[in-house]
Write a protein that binds this ligand. Structure first.
Ligand SMILES: Cc1cc2nc3c(=O)[nH]c(=O)nc-3n(C[C@H](O)[C@H](O)[C@H](O)COP(=O)(O)O)c2cc1C
Length: 179
């Protein structure tokens, strides 16, 4: 199609969108005892509710920089370790200095499983979001409950599973708007 004039920009956008590639969501998680892993699968189920999105879920130790580069949206889950992301998740961020600047504008989100309530879950989410913001990524807050991401105690219960699914769905929808 020829370059659109101002009057047919809207038509151009709609046609172009139809031919665009799908949004790509990468879910990365660390989990020693399976709790964060269960959350990751629920987040994936939420992403899958959104049309025109592909999702890949990977353990953090199996995630490389090309995976990060290929994604339009990156959702990271970590167990709460001393109120922070685990060393394995931090190691991925530290390695990502090699691609610093190239994650700019990608959508980010975070989730965690902790051993208790008010024992470092929110600070863990923030530790992940902070690193994403240093990369220039875009983070969406939530006005009602779970403002910063999803945290649960030990294994996710039914309610936490719903929050994880909602996090995946919401992040996928924002990602589509951004690409
Ligand atoms: C090294 C280590 C540090 C931890 N630090 C915290 C902590 O600061 N606060 C907390 O609530 N739980 C803490 N926990 C408990 C884990 O966050 C919790 O068991 C979580 O559900 C584990 O998730 P996973 O099954 O995905 O490995 C810690 C566990 C370990 C092994």
């Amino acid at each position: 199609m020829n370059k659109p004039s101002l009057c047919n920009t809207h038509i151009y956008w709609n046609e172009n969108r139809g031919g665009m590639s799908k949004g790509k969501i990468l879910i990365v998680y660390d989990s020693e005892t399976g709790n964060t892993e269960k959350m990751a699968h629920a987040v994936e189920a939420g992403v899958k509710k959104v049309d025109n999105v592909d999702v890949i879920t990977k353990k953090v130790v199996e995630t490389n920089l090309d995976d990060l580069l290929a994604a339009d949206g990156i959702i990271i889950g970590s167990p709460t370790y001393y109120g922070l992301m685990s060393a394995k998740v931090k190691e991925l961020f530290d390695k990502s200095v090699k691609i610093h600047g190239k994650l700019e504008g990608k959508v980010g989100a975070a989730f965690t499983s902790a051993g208790g309530t008010a024992t470092g879950a929110e600070t863990t989410i923030f530790s992940i979001l902070e690193a994403m913001l240093v990369h220039g990524m875009v983070i969406q807050g939530r006005s009602s409950n779970k403002h910063y991401g999803v945290a649960c105690v030990s294994a996710p219960d039914e309610k936490a599973i719903q929050f994880c699914e909602e996090l995946g769905e919401r992040t996928a929808k924002l990602t589509i708007k951004m690409i």
